[in-house]
Design a protein around this ligand. Sequence first.
Ligand SMILES: [Zn+2]
Length: 221
Amino acid sequence: MVLGLGLFLTACVSSPSQGDPDDGPAQDTVGNFVPDRDDSLRETLGDSPAECVASAGAEVRDVDPEDSPVKPWQKPTGGELVVEFETGRLSERYTRLVTEAATIWSESPCIEAVTARSCTGGANCVAIVEDGSRSRGTDGEMRWDDNGAYMESATITLYTQPLDRASDNGALATIVHEMGHTLGLDHRLERSDVMNSVTGDNTNPVPDAIDFANLVAIYGT
Ligand SMILES: [Zn+2]
C-alpha cells in the first residue's frame, strides 16, 4: 500500500474582526456567543438532512476549486462514520472547544465525532496538537495520510500564538474548520461559512446547511 503524501492545508487566515457584514453575525461580547451558537445550530438543523441518504447525483456544492481536495474516511456499510479526536495533549481551553466542535459536527446524521484522551485501537483517529511557535499567519492546519482512496489518519495543529488571542468564538471557528477538513470537507467559496479559507472572531462557527448536505453527498448511501 502506498500512502499518500501528507498535505498541508493552510486555513483560518485571521480576518479583521469588525466591520464586514459578510463575515457572519457580529458577537458583542464573549459572553454572548453560546446562545448565538445554539440559535445558529438550531437554524442550520432546520435545513439539514435527517438521514445520511444521498439523492441520486448528489454532489458537494460551493467548493473552492483552488483547495487541495481531502479524502473521505471509509464509512462502514449501514453505519455512522465514527471519528475520534484526541484531546490528551491539549490544554483545558482547547479540550473544551474541541469537545464543543465534535458536538457540532455530530449533528450530521453521517458523522459521530467523539473525543478521547487517546484514540482506541483501530479507530479512525485524528491527533490534535498545540504548537506555540510562529505560524506565518495561520492559526490552524491539518495534514493527513491516505491510501489513495480513503483517509487513514490525520493531525490537526493548533497554533496557540494567534489562537490564545482569539475569542472563544474565533478559536472554535478555527477548530470546527480544521475538524471539517478531517471529515472530508474542502474549502467553501461562501465567505461567511466556517469552511471558507478565511475565518475570524466574527465567523459563525456553526456549519451551514450546505456543509451538512456536502457530508451527505460524501458519505450518504
Ligand atoms: Zn482550511
